[in-house]
Design a protein around this ligand. Sequence first.
Ligand code: NAI
Length: 248
Amino acid sequence: MTARLSGRTAVLIGGAVGIGRGIAQRLLEEGAQLIVGDVNDTAGFDLMRSLGLDQGQFLKVDVSSAADCKALADLAVSRFGKLDILVQNAGIYPVALIDEATVEHWDHVMAVNLRGAFVSTKACVPLMRANGWGRVVFTSSITGPRVVSHGLAAYAATKAGINGFIKVAALELATAGITVNGVEPGNILTEGLQSGRSTQFIQSMERSIPMGRLGTPRDIANAVCFLASDDAAYITGTTIVVDGGQTL
Ligand code: NAI
């Protein structure tokens, strides 16, 4: 396989575990120079060790903080001289019925999943503009844009919101050589998905998927790397559903 991202510098937010870890691996396989930001620094430094990367390629960041996102973008430039690709994958999906959810719950999910999209884009896009080439890829979800389930009102609102943000950002950046797209995962087996869910529940999820299995982080990473590459040069303002047929 040719390395499609050779010579590109990628910033990945939310890369320490789960889907993000799979994206980090695939970005490296595609030849990208990688900077990872995540709120979980223990897992982030562990990722650096397991991928054979320098600890200085990881920075502890909260994606909802504009200052943290700016520091991460600056790290890419100081380390590799430029920033070509932003993959914003950080996201949380705590479950709470509307009757029980607090305003704090709502605000926290909004801050991480939605403000994170805005502030990370604002931190990285000016650096891409400078080079006339850029890729922004978000991890959205089928939950919100296509399906819903109990307890995920805030989450669904953020992911539907990201899809709207993707379209406007794509429109505004189209003449700058920067594309903006997203991936909508179905049920992907990760630490986050498994937390608080029984084996029986996971098995019932598998049965609801036409392909008969949950997705893997690599399934999502493959779509992310495609959207980040020149193969997707004429694709902007859209999302790719990667769900094993779940929403059919
Ligand atoms: P996960 O919980 O396993 O990993 C999420 C990563 O984001 C972790 O490394 C975590 O430390 C990081 N993170 C959380 N809050 C952060 C913050 N404020 N700032 C920086 N980093 C932060 O989750 P998973 O399952 O890997 O999900 C990744 C993305 O994929 C999320 O955006 C999620 O909404 C989305 N997704 C996941 C699906 C699934 O089935 N696992 C389905 C659809 C979408």
